[in-house]
Design a protein around this ligand. Structure first.
Ligand SMILES: NC(=O)c1ccc[n+]([C@@H]2O[C@H](COP(=O)([O-])OP(=O)(O)OC[C@H]3O[C@@H](n4cnc5c(N)ncnc54)[C@H](OP(=O)(O)O)[C@@H]3O)[C@@H](O)[C@H]2O)c1
Length: 166
């Protein structure tokens, strides 16, 4: 889907998080994340929603949550209980939707995503318990947006934009 974009930060072995939170803290990447998401519809899984710090959704445009359970306490959010009704909504709204995780939601939506922004951290995190799905790089054209290894970033990382081949 043309209007479906994905944003993630991943470790060397596709690590995403542990105990329902991120493993690393990269100030520049958080700023990039905020800049990319501020004016957009965001799609996330229920576990990622509860992992966000208080106030993290302020100023964001209508977060959309996938869950199979009722989310009454998040009544100001849009919730979908299944993939097909979410995809139908995305197909009807002519705006960009950004998939922000976590692991289950990336796996579910990656087949429909046209563009990905991946912050690729050059370190392994054996303590991780959630992972970004494997994908075939030959299906995508990639462009390096920033190589933060050169600037001595700790941890070192590279940011890439991937566009799916048509
Ligand atoms: N590094 C990054 O860029 C990044 C970004 C985001 C998150 N994360 C990390 O990822 C981890 C969380 O990922 P996760 O995979 O455990 O959880 P998740 O993908 O955020 O959410 C999973 C939940 O989504 C709902 N769901 C999944 N498939 C569904 C479907 N087909 N229909 C309806 N609802 C569905 C279910 O909610 P219910 O149980 O309510 O039914 C499920 O428990 C955390 O560690 C977080 O910090 C990392």
């Amino acid at each position: 889907m043309q209007n479906l974009t994905l944003l993630a930060a991943i470790g060397k072995n596709n690590e995403l998080g542990v105990d329902n939170h991120l493993i690393w803290r990269i100030k520049e990447d958080l700023a990039f994340y905020k800049k990319m998401t501020l004016d957009h519809y965001l799609i996330m899984g229920r576990k990622t929603l509860v992992s966000l710090p208080a106030g993290a959704l302020e100023g964001w445009r209508r977060p959309i949550v996938l869950s199979k359970r009722p989310l009454d306490r998040y009544c100001d959010l849009s919730c979908f209980n299944d993939l097909s009704s979410l995809l139908e909504f995305v197909s009807l709204v002519p705006e960009e939707f950004i998939v922000i995780g976590g692991s289950q939601i990336y796996k579910l939506l990656l087949p429909y995503v046209e563009t990905m922004y991946l912050t690729e951290i050059q370190q392994e995190y054996p303590e991780a318990d959630s992972y970004f799905p494997e994908f075939d790089k030959s299906d995508w054209t990639s462009e390096v947006l920033g190589d933060y290894r050169k600037e001595g970033a700790d941890p070192p990382y590279v940011r890439k934009k991937y566009i799916r081949h048509r």
